[in-house]
Ligand binder design. Structure first.
Ligand SMILES: Cc1cc2nc3c(=O)[nH]c(=O)nc-3n(C[C@H](O)[C@H](O)[C@H](O)COP(=O)(O)O)c2cc1C
Length: 430
């Protein structure tokens, strides 16, 4: 049994116990803002945010009658609630008056006026903008009930939490499902299978198993309008226009610090065909290029790419390099996912230092839902079958049927090593 049991003695609970009890209640953290017609704006950190009604849409906040925010929300008749993300501890402290020397709380963060004029945080995980409909007395606080007149979800990330007087965060959530595209199998088979029919049969089987496969352009010409999802790599608008008729996606690569001009012309060339454009960023996981990569992602999004793929480069350094580091990947994705906006951010991972699956897990926990891989590690990419296995063990759905992949894997293995996977080793020297 716990050490303390409060008995109902009929007397009021003492303040210290009451505060300790409230501190045990975990909550999210928001910044409540308000602004007047005179342009005066103000904001404070609050956890007393709650939904009240769906129709009409109402929320409430409880504000201490002695604080400045109380006076201003009552005067302006409007407020916004900005829900903070896990990386917003600095803002949470600042707007609670816990950061010494701060004179302008809004000097940190990107604040835009909402419909009521109340400041809205551009990278909040969500916000509501409200007009005060009711104000009820609640002891030394006032319960302000606001009608929501505008709302937004600018960024998908896990929330900042508050518990036992400390800041915290949820364990990163996993996605419900991910998709897998094999970008290297067909090219590898073209080089290794030595038999075009066999290569075509294998790639078709992998497509049928639920993996989008990238085909060489000439392959697409031979078998137009394939039923399963395929993609084709193009270099310019003319190649894109030709490919668009037969495939679901065309891929165009740009340098990490390059421009998106070619991607924009490819988007224009396939417009109206229903074909998606994948803008690929070359060597995108180099820690030295973080800023350039984010800029390029923004440019590809503006160019109209429906998917943006980040390509990890092949091995090029010792273990000391941060290439392939989950820490760098996590930092990059925390900015890259919101930067991609509505475009789906794909990741083509390798397996540097055996960290491929760790990076895949890190990516899933940071908002990536789409991966480019290579069956049996074709092209040096993270093996398709290993990612699919990881997903099945994590309870993350994929459209891929693992059983249907198995014969393809066996055939590929036989092709490469002269034996089935797990079969007897053929002597190297006959
Ligand atoms: C996590 C957290 C949650 C808070 N929640 C509330 C709240 O719901 N209501 C409130 O009146 N104050 C709350 N506060 C305290 C205010 O943020 C703090 O008093 C602030 O300085 C008020 O600013 P103001 O006087 O400029 O309006 C909270 C503080 C923290 C750190």
């Amino acid at each position: 049994m716990g050490a303390e049991v409060a008995m109902d003695t009929g007397t009021a609970v003492d303040g210290t116990t009451f505060r300790r009890v409230l501190a045990r209640w975990p909550s999210g953290v928001g910044i409540i803002t308000t602004a007047g017609r005179d342009g005066l704006r103000h904001g404070m950190t609050a956890s007393s945010f709650s939904s009240v009604s769906l129709d009409p849409p109402l929320v409430l906040v409880c504000l201490d009658r002695r604080i400045r925010s109380h006076e201003l929300v009552a005067r302006h008749g409007v407020f916004a609630v900005n829900v903070l993300g896990r990386d917003h501890i600095g803002l949470g402290r600042r707007f609670a008056g816990l950061t010494p020397g701060v004179t302008d709380r809004f000097a940190e963060g990107d604040w835009l006026p909402g419909a009521t004029g109340s400041p809205v945080l551009a990278d909040a995980t969500a916000w509501v903008d409200c007009r005060v409909r009711h104000a009820y007395p609640g002891g030394d606080h006032t319960i302000f009930v606001g009608e929501v007149i505008a709302a937004g979800v600018p960024r998908i990330t896990s929330p900042l939490l508050f518990h036992s007087r400390s800041w915290g965060q949820l364990a990163d959530p996993l996605p419900e499902s991910v998709t897998v595209a094999d970008t290297e199998l067909a090219r590898t088979l073209a080089a290794e299978a030595g038999n075009r029919r066999r290569a075509a049969r294998l790639t078709a089987a992998v497509r049928a198993a639920g993996v989008r496969v990238r085909l060489p352009r000439d392959e697409l010409r031979r078998s137009p309008a394939l039923p399963e999802p395929v993609s084709v790599r193009v270099r310019n608008a003319a190649e894109a226009a030709e490919a668009a008729a037969g495939c679901r996606a065309v891929e165009v690569t740009v340098a990490a610090d390059g421009t998106a001009a070619t991607a924009a012309s490819v988007v224009a060339a396939v417009a109206g065909s229903g074909t998606a454009v994948v803008g690929r960023v070359d060597d995108a996981l180099d820690p030295a290029r973080g800023r350039a990569v984010l800029h390029t992602i923004g440019a590809l999004r503006e160019a109209g790419c429906g998917e943006i793929a980040l390509d990890e480069a092949g091995p090029r350094g010792g273990e000391d390099r941060e290439d392939g580091s989950p820490r760098h990947l996590r930092r990059l994705l925390q900015d890259a996912v919101p930067q991609a906006g509505d475009a789906r951010l794909r990741l083509a991972l390798r397996d540097h230092h055996g960290l491929g699956l760790v990076n895949a897990l890190t990516a899933m926990k940071n908002g990536v839902r789409d991966f480019d891989t290579g069956l049996a590690g074709c092209g040096g990419l993270l093996p398709t079958e290993r990612l699919v296995l990881l997903c099945s063990r994590l309870g993350v759905e994929t459209p891929v049927e693992r059983e249907a992949l198995r014969p393809c894997l066996n055939e590929l293995h036989t092709l490469r090593y002269g034996r089935r996977r797990g079969g007897p080793v053929r002597p190297a020297v006959p």
